[in-house]
Design a protein. Structure first.
Length: 382
């Protein structure tokens, strides 16, 4: 009898405790949402706006002002994404599996959708699908590879500086058609690692000499406490960058071609790439210190930035058709002020539409369906 009562008590306890822990998990989820760092959502929101703008500017690069604007945007918009991704990256098996589900599955899923879309629109079929990533989706593949190897990168001494060297060396190799986005992986890896180290900066600062640590801390304190000066410096830095890169081939900013393919010598190509990557990292750090941690219009955009990134390419295709093949488009293209108005309206509409929560939930729901088909359900007892 005592044993029966004990078993009964145990069942009641398990039932109540499971209810408690379910409630506790829900509370934790709400707490995570509440404690979310708005600064990094704001940074992603800013980055995705510039991604959309930079891609639409392709149609207007015959104007010097828009050509230069595109170069400036390309030097920091993707490094900003990789920086934030590195900041939130972890080194665990569960993180790698999560990265596979959230990056590789969308890469193949939406890559297939884009190939179908392209076929019906242009009748084109890619010669080596996915090996050469479909338009823009290289980002998902590159980010997955970085997350996959992060546990190794973390253990290598001076990995950030090694990544900078690798970014320069990869330009010597001719990787036809940017296979597997490898050149981009190497060239954006420093931004990813910088984000990871930035989050864990206290740990790394403790491992460097006191003199160097004190200098870094003074620079960081000055940056945090003098935002107006930093903003002015950022503006002057961008203007100087435009001046110094005037005449650069835009391919230098894409990290797709080798130095040979861009008709540059290896030394010249390395110096130009070093300058572009370094400038991008400086801009990213300045924006990080300048960005507000308050909720702004950028916050929601940033939270839904992956959906915007995946889907905006379809809008871009229709924008190119409109500009190139309609009389209204030719009129807009003929006037620099009409172009500015068009850019504001179209970028605003694309971002406003694709940042809607229901669109983001629909995309996530589709990815979840594929993941449920491919992966076994989690065993809660394990």
């Amino acid at each position: 009898m005592f044993t029966n009562k004990l078993n009964r008590f145990s069942e009641i306890f398990k039932k109540n405790s499971s209810q408690y822990f379910v409630f506790d998990n829900q509370t934790q989820e709400k707490s995570k949402i509440k404690d979310r760092i708005n600064k990094y959502d704001n940074l992603k929101g800013l980055a995705i706006i510039f991604v959309v703008l930079g891609h639409i500017l392709v149609s207007f690069d015959n104007y010097g002002v828009y050509y230069s604007l595109r170069d400036v945007i390309y030097v920091f918009h993707m490094p900003l994404f990789f920086f934030v991704a590195g900041y939130f990256s972890k080194t665990s098996y569960s993180s790698e599996l999560k990265a596979f589900k959230s990056l590789i599955i969308p890469f193949f899923l939406f890559g297939a959708f884009y190939y179908i879309f392209q076929f019906f629109l242009d009748g084109r079929i890619p010669s080596i699908p996915f090996i050469v990533p479909p338009r823009g989706l290289w980002f998902l593949l590159a980010l997955f590879l970085m997350k996959l190897f992060l546990p190794i990168f973390k253990e290598v001494k001076h990995m950030f500086w090694i990544s900078m060297v690798l970014a320069l060396i990869i330009g010597i190799v001719d990787l036809t058609n940017n296979i597997m986005a490898l050149t981009k992986v190497f060239c954006f890896l420093p931004a990813f690692l910088l984000g990871y180290y930035f989050k864990n900066s206290d740990e790394y600062l403790n491992n460097i000499k006191p003199f160097s640590r004190n200098i870094f801390l003074k620079i960081r304190d000055f940056t945090i406490n003098n935002k107006k000066i930093i903003f002015l410096f950022l503006v002057l830095f961008l203007l100087t960058f435009v001046y110094l890169t005037n005449g650069f081939n835009h391919q230098n900013f894409l990290f797709e071609l080798s130095y040979h393919e861009m008709k540059l010598g290896n030394i010249v190509g390395m110096l130009m790439r070093l300058f572009i990557i370094s400038a991008g990292l400086i801009i990213v750090m300045l924006l990080t210190y300048l960005m507000s941690n308050k909720k702004t219009f950028l916050t929601k955009i940033g939270r839904n930035s992956l959906t915007i990134y995946i889907l905006h390419f379809y809008f871009l295709k229709f924008s190119q058709i409109f500009i190139n093949k309609t009389s209204m488009g030719h009129l807009i293209e003929s006037n620099v002020f009409f172009i500015a108005l068009y850019l504001v309206i179209v970028v605003g509409l694309i971002v406003a539409i694709l940042s809607r929560d229901f669109i983001s939930k629909s995309v996530k729901g589709l990815i979840d369906i594929v993941n449920r088909i491919l992966f076994a359900p989690k065993n809660n007892n394990s």
